[in-house]
Design a protein around this ligand. Structure first.
Ligand SMILES: Cc1cc2nc3c(=O)[nH]c(=O)nc-3n(C[C@H](O)[C@H](O)[C@H](O)COP(=O)(O)O)c2cc1C
Length: 205
């Protein structure tokens, strides 16, 4: 089967399969703070690491009818943010934090989570998260807008600091993801968790 973008229904697919195909995607659970001091928390799965040294990551925010999302507005105002990692245990809280709340309302309270002060940035992190990355904004790139005119904007940040819960570190000094089972986004309303890992050397190693 092959079809040009947008023609999935003509070949019998009820939904656009793009996000099911580009999966699993990690979830950047972005915490930020506005100039007014209000905290914000929301999940973004158009998210990934984009370079190792310096460590950089990016997520993209798709504007709605009311313009840019609160995370992006805060990050542009204050110049920093934190990426929190979603464990299996935190799945429901992550989902709750995706509710479209007024900017003056913090999703931390709504999702029953604790905002904890960060060390290197103004944005708080999620105290309950297994790991988090404190980031400084590098650039916001304007991507092509959607056909209805809504903006898509790519937020690129540099990782300045890394927080990891001690109990997740093995005797060998590695992070054992199976101890917190990070959640990944698939297509449709589907998710997966990393419950098992296998190791393999690279060729010539
Ligand atoms: C798992 C998950 C992944 C999401 N990924 C994105 C994304 O990549 N980009 C985006 O614009 N919205 C994404 N959303 C929707 C936002 O989380 C939602 O619009 C949220 O209300 C934005 O909050 P904010 O305005 O406080 O930033 C996602 C929602 C969920 C549940």
């Amino acid at each position: 089967m092959f079809f040009p973008v947008g023609a999935h229904k003509e070949v019998g697919l009820a939904f656009n399969p793009l996000k099911a195909i580009i999966s699993p995607r990690p979830i950047g659970w972005i915490s930020s703070i506005g100039a007014d001091g209000v905290h914000n928390l929301a999940p973004y799965s158009f998210f990934n690491a984009i370079s190792e040294s310096p460590p950089m990551l990016a997520f993209s925010s798709s504007a709605g009818t009311e313009g840019d999302k609160d995370s992006l507005k805060n990050i542009e105002e204050t110049g920093d943010f934190v990426v929190n990692i979603v464990s299996k245990q935190l799945f429901e809280a992550m989902n709750a934090s995706s509710a479209a709340l007024p900017r003056a309302v913090s999703e931390f309270a709504e999702a029953n989570l604790t905002p904890k002060p960060s060390k290197l940035v103004a944005a708080p992190h999620v105290a309950e998260a297994p790991c988090y990355l404190e980031c400084r904004l590098w650039k916001v790139l304007d991507l092509p807008a959607s056909p209805n005119g809504n903006a898509n904007r790519l937020v690129i940040g540099e990782v300045l600091g890394i927080g990891i819960e001690k109990a997740l570190i093995t005797d060998e000094g590695k992070v054992d993801v199976t101890r917190y089972q990070p959640i990944a986004r698939l297509g449709y309303k589907d998710y997966a968790s990393i419950d098992a890992v296998f190791e393999s050397p690279r060729p010539q190693e």
